[in-house]
Design a protein around this ligand. Structure first.
Ligand SMILES: CC(C)(COP(=O)(O)OP(=O)(O)OC[C@H]1O[C@@H](n2cnc3c(N)ncnc32)[C@H](O)[C@@H]1OP(=O)(O)O)[C@@H](O)C(=O)NCCC(=O)NCCS
Length: 173
């Protein structure tokens, strides 16, 4: 578990799954991601995240806002699942329920996950990637001190799709 002044990044609990499915079904949350997801797809995502934690000792954590809500979304680190010029790589990723945007929670959680990645896990570099129009996410990357680098087509997004073109940010230890 990783604690910050306002947040707890922790392993997933069964009771996190319904609110996570709710946020994954929200077209506004998912507007820069391929989705929305069904309950089964959302649960499969959590299953993969739990497997990642068991294999690698880190994952996209469930995030709790202490004294505010037991689950506000997911933030953490994960191995990039596709091949590109910059892989193998570990990325930092975030997805919060809409109710919890605009409080600095994503940046606070990501900063803590990155710190854990560089210290406990021993990573030397962490990347972040998003579609070219996801300005809220790019603002988080910039607040984290990450450097904007190359553009690339995401191999999991169909060519010509408006979410295909992505930008890569990097941060060294
Ligand atoms: C990307 C996402 C996590 C960003 O959330 P966010 O709330 O804008 O980001 P932060 O948690 O860092 O909060 C920063 C905002 O909180 C405000 N804020 C309020 N109180 C604050 C505090 N105590 N400390 C810091 N910031 C605070 C900041 O001013 C800032 O607002 P601004 O961007 O309008 O200037 C959110 O939009 C999201 O979940 N999107 C859907 C999923 C998604 O796109 N994921 C990324 C895929 S790559």
């Amino acid at each position: 578990m990783i604690q910050t002044s306002r947040l707890l990044l922790r392993p997933w609990r069964p009771e996190d799954r319904p609110p996570f499915a709710e946020q994954n079904a929200d077209p506004v949350v998912m507007r820069f991601l391929i989705g929305p997801l069904t309950r089964a797809e959302s649960d499969a995502y959590v299953d993969r995240t739990e497997q990642h934690l068991a294999m690698h000792g880190f994952c996209k954590w469930a995030v709790e806002a202490l004294g505010v809500a037991p689950f506000i979304g997911s933030v953490g680190l994960t191995h990039v699942r596709f091949e590109a010029s910059f892989t193998p790589a570990v990325e930092v990723a975030w997805r919060l329920h809409r109710r919890f945007w605009g409080h600095g929670y994503a940046t606070e959680a990501a900063r803590a996950a990155i710190e854990d990645g560089f210290t406990r896990v021993g990573l030397t570099e962490i990347v972040a990637l998003t579609t070219l129009t996801n300005f809220p996410s790019m603002r988080v990357m910039e607040r984290l001190g990450m450097t904007r680098t190359i553009e690339f087509d995401h191999p999991a997004v169909p060519e010509g799709h408006h979410l295909c073109r992505h930008i890569l940010y990097r941060l060294s230890r």
